[in-house]
Design a protein around this ligand. Structure first.
Ligand code: ZN
Length: 285
């Protein structure tokens, strides 16, 4: 049987504070390890409310997925009428606990929301500063530089990859794709998320759909969100882990999966942007 990597993104202050401890408990209960991609800096989630007014598809998704009940109303106001709190930087002991419990910790974002909303409009200088702040905050929390980057909302462009090349990253997890490849401009392996997120699937068939994709004997990466699987979907996440382990899958960190790859043999590819089912904005694929 194949292996299952858990790519756990922490996007918000609430996700860090409440979702991460719940997920740590779940992983402990199953004696498995995951890879946490942390948002380090300010939580400007409230800007999503502004997005609502600008993007009808987003509004539809918010209503369909009941995002306010997933993320909480307070989160919906951070960075607007409530000040933006720091995400991982507010919880140094929790970051230490993730590491102490044997999980992999990597870099997801400085300001997740601004990247997600405004990256194409931002200057290269803004992106550079975003990485500088994020990586130095990460170092402050963990005592080392991150060795992987997973872009917020799987949103990247050529400028981002140029800047990524200045850091000692050993792999990226910035795309949604069927199998690992090498980014042609960087010679860095990409460990993509190939499975869908829980919140992208219709509620009636979510687990079954993921289980079918997962049980083909190959390696897979499940994108997990601290706010979701560490919140209203905790029970479904437990069922999924139970199913994977019962089927004989091994749960591995993304770093383990990267180390077992022969990078020389991987195809070299350039990412493309595409709108995937259940998402409101294009992802790198
Ligand atoms: Zn994210």
């Amino acid at each position: 049987m194949g292996r299952l990597g858990l790519k756990i993104d922490v996007d918000t202050h609430t996700g860090m504070k409440n979702g991460v401890p719940r997920l740590l408990r779940v992983l402990r209960d199953f004696s498995v390890r995951g890879t946490f991609f942390l948002s380090i800096g300010p939580d400007n989630s409230g800007r999503a409310v502004l997005q609502l007014l600008k993007n009808p598809l987003f509004l539809k998704k918010m209503l369909k997925t009941r995002a306010p009940s997933l993320y909480g109303w307070k989160t919906a106001l951070y960075g607007t009428i409530l000040p933006a709190p720091m995400i991982a930087l507010s919880f140094p002991l929790l970051v230490r606990q993730i590491l102490d419990e044997g999980h992999e910790v990597q870099f997801h974002a400085w300001d997740h929301r601004r990247w997600q909303d405004d990256l194409p409009k931002k200057s290269e200088w803004w992106i550079e500063e975003w990485f500088e702040k994020g990586v130095s905050g990460f170092e402050k929390l963990t005592g080392r530089k991150p060795t992987a980057f997973g872009a917020p909302s799987w949103l990247i462009d050529d400028r981002v990859l140029r800047i990524v090349g200045k850091y000692p990253f050993e792999y990226l997890s910035c795309t949604r794709a069927k199998a690992p490849f090498v980014h042609d401009s960087l010679r860095l392996p990409e460990i993509p998320s190939d499975l869908p997120c829980f919140e992208e699937l219709a509620p009636q068939n979510d687990l079954a759909a993921i289980a079918v994709l997962m049980n083909d004997g190959g390696d897979h990466i499940l994108p997990v969100h601290a706010e979701v699987e560490g919140g209203v979907f905790e029970e479904k996440f437990r069922q999924l882990l139970k199913g994977a382990l019962t089927a004989g899958m091994e749960i591995a960190t993304l770093d383990d999966l990267k180390n077992s790859l022969n990078t020389e043999l991987l195809p070299r590819r350039k990412y493309q942007m595409d709108l995937l089912p259940g998402r409101h904005s294009p992802c790198a694929v």
